[in-house]
Design a protein around this ligand. Sequence first.
Ligand code: ATP
Length: 241
Amino acid sequence: SGNATLLELRELCVSYGEVEAVHRVNLTVKQGEIVTVIGPNGAGKTTLLSAAMGLLPSRGELLLSGERIARPTVEKMVAQGVALVPEKRELFSEMSVEDNLLLGGFSRWRRGQRDQKARMQEVFELFPRLHERRAQMSGTLSGGERQMLAIGRALMARPRLLMLDEPSLGLAPLIVREVLRIVASLRQLGVSVLLVEQNARAALQVADRAYVLEMGAVALSGDAQELMHDRRIIDTYLGLG
Ligand code: ATP
């Protein structure tokens, strides 16, 4: 499509001491796109996402809307409208659903207190289940509900790019579908998505494009639908299909 590029990683490398966990990754997310990074355990998916959020130092270049971000930090990325939902959902379990959402709005990049309520309303429209349970302590939510809350909280900051680290982890197949269907619907709110997933089938079903990460490097990339029919992807990531 002719959409503008929102995020661009150029030759991104991330090392833990002597060990390079991410090797010369080139990746783009265009405006309105859902892009997924799939790959086996230990391929470097979480490392890549953490570096893209400025949580880990990296080499190479990171650009947002064509502008290079020198030495990315979380503060810089948040200020540019990027949000991350980490694998460990990091909710405040002793606080209600509503209060967790309000905390998410606190670090928003667009100012203005008065639209807190409007943003919470948007989140509740996306996740009616959270509305039903708005007064419940988040520590007592089900796994799927906690994931919804983690995503909802990130959305309170009205990001233009939402990065998700394995939202399907530990969830039943039906809930995975529900969560990813909602992720796909974020396009309509103008939110682009970078989705890291081990569940390749579910991820390819919702994504526009995909990158396959193997041993820290991009082994394959392309249109998500096409990759679903790629013999190598089927054999390695989709099981018998
Ligand atoms: P998973 O799906 O299992 O979470 P992943 O694709 O997200 O895997 P990473 O967690 O990014 O992979 O790990 C990539 C490599 O970097 C692995 O070999 C891992 O052991 C290593 N690694 C991750 N975090 C650290 C760390 N803090 N220190 C040293 N090595 C690390």
